[in-house]
Design a protein around this ligand. Structure first.
Ligand SMILES: Nc1nc2c(ncn2[C@@H]2O[C@H](COP(=O)(O)OP(=O)(O)OP(=O)(O)O)[C@@H](O)[C@H]2O)c(=O)[nH]1
Ligand SMILES: [Mg+2]
Length: 432
C-alpha cells in the first residue's frame, strides 16, 4: 500500500479559492475525520471542514472514487478559502494524519501514469498545458494531453507487432510447402509506408519543438545602435539598461513575447565591435554563441548598413533594421526603419516578426513537441529503415521490427527505465 499524498493544487495564496487534493487509500479516512462522512461520488457538498477539534474553514468537498479518478486511486478535493492561515492549518493537519504526506512534484500525474490513466505523451501534454504561455502552445499541449500522439503511437506499434508476426510466420513455416515462399512480399511495402508516415511526423518535429520552446530572435548590432532600446520597446517593458555610452549591455537579456499566439524569445546582446574590455568581450562571445543557434537575427544599425560577413554566415534568417529613424528621416539604407519614438514603426516590426513566426510555426499542430519524443520516433524510423532493406534474412527483419516497436513503447512510456520516468515527472509542479 502506498502513502496517501496531498498538496495544494491551485496557485500560490492568497487567492479566492484554493484546491487541496488528496490521493490514495487514506482518502475515505481523511473525509471521515474532516467532514464526518464520505460524500457521494463526484458530487460537490458544502461542509464545515475541521482538523482535530478545531474548525478550519467551510467549503466545497468532492470525492472521486478510484479507479475512475485522475490518479486511478481514491481522490478528494477540498475547495477552501485561499488564505495563508487557512491553508497552513489545513495542510499541517493533513500532514499529521497517519499515512499521509505532502506530494512530490508531479506525483499525482505519476500515479495516474502508473495506474495507466494516461501515457507519457499525455502526461507531457498536461505539463505543457500548465506551462503554456501562448495560444499555439496551449492548442498543441491540449492535443497532446488529449491523447493524439498516444493514439498514433499505439496504432503504429500495433501495426509493427502485426508485421513482425507476419515476418515470424514466414520464418516458422518456411520449411512447409503450403506456405508461399514470398509471405514477406506484403511486409516490405507495409514497412515502407509506415516508415514514410513516421518520417512525415519527424519532418514536422522541429516546428513542434519550436512552438513549445518559442522562436529565438537575437538582436545584434554595433554598440549604441539602439538594441536595448528596441528590445524594451518591442516588449513594452523596461528590461534593459539604456545609456548613450557604447558598451552598456554585456549580459544576454531575454524577454518572452507572445506574437499572435506564437512564443518568441527576444535576446538583447552586447554590441559587436573590436576591442572592449574583458567583460565586454565575454558579452560579445555569448551574443555570438546565442546567435549561432537562433532562428532569426535582427541586425540593427543606425545607417541601415549591411551586416558583417560573420552575421550573414549565420544559419538564422537575418532581418536588417535601421534604427533611430527619427534622427535622419527619409535617409536611405535597406531594411526596416524604426524609431523608439514612433510607436507605429515598432508595431510594424512586431507585425513583421509575427508574420515570420506564423510562416514558420503555422499550419496543423505537429505531434512531436519535445526532444525526447523526437528521439524515440527517430529510433523507430531508423529501425524501420533497417527492416525495410531488401533480401534480408527474415529473422533480421523481425529483430529490426522489434526495435522499432520498442522505440514506440518508450515514447508512450510502456517500456522504460525508472530514471527516465523520474526525470520527466520531477519537472512537474507540486500538486499536479
Ligand atoms: N533618437 C533616438 N535615440 C535612440 C533611439 N534608440 C536608441 N536611442 C538612443 O541611443 C543610445 C543607445 O541606445 P541603447 O539602446 O543603449 O543602444 P545599444 O545598442 O543597446 O548599446 P550597447 O548596449 O552599448 O551595445 C541611447 O542614448 C538611446 O536613448 C531612437 O529610436 N531614437
Ligand atoms: Mg544595450
Amino acid at each position: 500500500m502506498t502513502d496517501t499524498i496531498f498538496a495544494l493544487s491551485s496557485g500560490a495564496p492568497p487567492s479566492g479559492v484554493a484546491v487541496v487534493r488528496v490521493s490514495g487509500s487514506g482518502v475515505r479516512f481523511v473525509l471521515e475525520t474532516t467532514i464526518g462522512y464520505v460524500p457521494p461520488p463526484r458530487r460537490a457538498v458544502l461542509r464545515s471542514i475541521s482538523g482535530g477539534d478545531q474548525l478550519i474553514d467551510r467549503g466545497l468537498v468532492l470525492f472521486f472514487p478510484g479507479p475512475g479518478s485522475f490518479t486511478g486511486e481514491d481522490v478528494t478535493e477540498f475547495h477552501l478559502h485561499g488564505g495563508r492561515a487557512v491553508l497552513s492549518a489545513f495542510l499541517a493537519y493533513l500532514g499529521g494524519l497517519p499515512g499521509l504526506r505532502l506530494a512530490e512534484a508531479g506525483e499525482f500525474t505519476r500515479r495516474a501514469f502508473d495506474n495507466e490513466r494516461l501515457d507519457l505523451t499525455e502526461a507531457e501534454g498536461l505539463a505543457d498545458l500548465i506551462a503554456a504561455e501562448t495560444d499555439a502552445q496551449r492548442r498543441q499541449a491540449l492535443r497532446l494531453a488529449g491523447g493524439a500522439f498516444r493514439q498514433k503511437a499505439e496504432e503504429w506499434r500495433r501495426h509493427i507487432i502485426d508485421l513482425r508476426a507476419h515476418a515470424e510466420a514466414d520464418l516458422d513455416f518456411s520449411d512447409e510447402e503450403d506456405v508461399p515462399a514470398d509471405v514477406s512480399s506484403g511486409v516490405l511495402p507495409a514497412i515502407d509506408n509506415l516508415r514514410a508516415e513516421i518520417g512525415r511526423e519527424l519532418a514536422a518535429a522541429e516546428r513542434g519543438e519550436r512552438i513549445r520552446d518559442g522562436l529565438e530572435v537575437v538582436v545584434l548590432g554595433p554598440p549604441n545602435a539602439g538594441k536595448s532600446s528596441l528590445v524594451n520597446a518591442l516588449a513594452e517593458r523596461d528590461i534593459a539598461i539604456v545609456t548613450d555610452i557604447p558598451g552598456t549591455t554585456r549580459d544576454l537579456l531575454e524577454v518572452r513575447l507572445d506574437l499572435d499566439g506564437y512564443a518568441v524569445t527576444l535576446v538583447d546582446t552586447a554590441g559587436l565591435r573590436d576591442g572592449g574590455d574583458a567583460i565586454e568581450a565575454e558579452g560579445m562571445r555569448r551574443g555570438r554563441a546565442r546567435a549561432a543557434d537562433a532562428d532569426m537575427v535582427l541586425w540593427l544599425d543606425e545607417s541601415g548598413a549591411l551586416p558583417p560577413d560573420e552575421v550573414l554566415a549565420l544559419e538564422a534568417t537575418v532581418l536588417r533594421v535601421r534604427t533611430k529613424a527619427d534622427l535622419s528621416p527619409g535617409a536611405g539604407g535597406g531594411g526596416i526603419s524604426v524609431s523608439i519614438h514612433d510607436r507605429a514603426s515598432i508595431d510594424g516590426l512586431l507585425r513583421r516578426l509575427s508574420e515570420e513566426a506564423a510562416g514558420r510555426l503555422g499550419g496543423e499542430a505537429p505531434l512531436v513537441s519535445r526532444v525526447r519524443q523526437r528521439q524515440c520516433l527517430e529510433r523507430a524510423f531508423r529501425a524501420l529503415s533497417d527492416a525495410g532493406v531488401r533480401n534480408l534474412p527474415t529473422e533480421v527483419v523481425a529483430d529490426h521490427l522489434r526495435r522499432a516497436g520498442d522505440a514506440l513503447g518508450r515514447l508512450t512510456g510502456r517500456i522504460d527505465v525508472e530514471e527516465v520516468l523520474g526525470a520527466i515527472f520531477s519537472t512537474f509542479c507540486i500538486g499536479k
